[in-house]
Write a protein that binds this ligand. Structure first.
Ligand code: NAI
Ligand code: XMP
Length: 277
């Protein structure tokens, strides 16, 4: 599934639906929570009936108004799957599910281009958040999506092992043919793409004209090596996950969590000959 970012217009969505109708089952339309955001979301969902998923995506899912906004979207779109976040603690997961979220997105500051923890001092260890939030969500018949911080297939396995029902990836999917960003060849011949956080100066300049005077950027913009077709990366991820399942004896992903035990370690791998790859 792809959570399409919140800066596409209704017309762009209509054109996309016309050119790639087969993709609609695999996308959600993202939205913020302002009146303008909700108006835009409603127009898109009403005018592109093939869309079945909505992602209400805000940096701070603890905003008092968030459950009311989820409830409003739930009333307007009773049959759509609603993903909402981000939060990191159980009691708010409960609030968001009660308000109408099917999937609660979990993660504050773990992302590859996040600097929220540095700029604000706010965050929560991602695996602890996944363990805590998934327990509460599952007790209520809900789901969670672990969002941010995965750097390798093993991290995705750990998120699923910690109870995540879905795992959202940014950096691991950046730099491919299918990813955003223009392909550029540097002076030394290496090919790169730009990848930026949605709260970076780059994103704010692009989507809001500038960084508003009352705030600061909470994301960075990086150049990532060009990595070709995403199919090979997905194959690598799926190969890793299948092997995880065989190591722990899980016949399907849903069996990973009950078959996973976490042990605190000093080093998780041997990097004598370099990095993890
Ligand atoms: N998972 C994470 O830890 C984080 C994720 N992000 C990603 O970046 C996207 C954009 O993030 P944002 O624009 O920061 O938030 P946002 O999209 O949640 O916007 C919330 C609103 O709060 C306002 N706001 C932000 N900082 C403010 C301040 N200091 N004073 C008053 N109002 C303020 C913004 O102008 C905006 O209208 C998010 O939707 C999310 O996808 C951003 C930060 C953390
Ligand atoms: O603090 C932040 N500032 C940002 O500018 C930013 N942009 C994205 N995100 C979040 O990072 C997630 C992706 O993380 P990964 O690249 O590690 O997969 C994403 O799914 C988001 O939750 C941000 N967080």
């Amino acid at each position: 599934m792809t959570a399409v970012h919140k800066y596409y217009s209704v017309d762009e969505w209509k054109a996309f639906a016309q050119s790639s109708p087969e993709a609609l089952d695999f996308v959600t339309v993202s939205s913020g929570t302002s009146e303008d955001d909700i108006k835009r979301l409603s127009s898109i969902v009403n005018e592109v009936p093939g869309i079945s998923g909505i992602t209400l995506d805000i940096a701070n899912g603890y905003q008092d108004s968030f459950p009311d906004i989820i409830a409003r979207v739930r009333d307007a779109f009773p049959k759509h799957t609603i993903v909402a976040g981000n939060v990191v603690t159980g009691e708010v997961v409960e609030d968001l599910i009660r308000a109408g979220a099917d999937v609660v997105k979990v993660g504050l500051g773990p992302g590859s281009v996040c600097i929220t923890r540095i700029k604000t001092g706010v965050g929560y260890p991602q695996l602890s958040a996944v363990l805590e939030c998934s327990e509460v969500a599952h007790e209520m018949g809900g789901h969670i999506m672990a969002d941010g911080g995965c750097t390798c297939p093993g991290d995705i396995a750990k998120a699923l092992g910690g109870g995540a029902d879905f795992v959202m990836l940014g950096g691991m999917l950046a730099g491919h043919d299918q990813s955003g960003g223009e392909l550029r060849t540097k002076e030394d011949g290496t090919k790169v793409k730009t990848f930026y956080g949605m709260s970076s100066e780059t994103a704010m300049s692009k989507h809001a004209g500038q960084v508003a005077s009352y705030r600061t950027a909470e994301g960075k913009s990086v150049e990532v090596p060009y990595r070709g077709d995403v199919t090979d990366t997905l194959q690598d991820i799926l190969g890793g996950l299948r092997s995880t399942c065989t190591y722990v004896g899980a016949a399907k992903l849903a069996e990973l969590a009950p078959r996973t035990t976490f042990i605190r370690v000093q080093h998780q791998a041997n990097y004598f000959y370099g990095t993890k790859h």
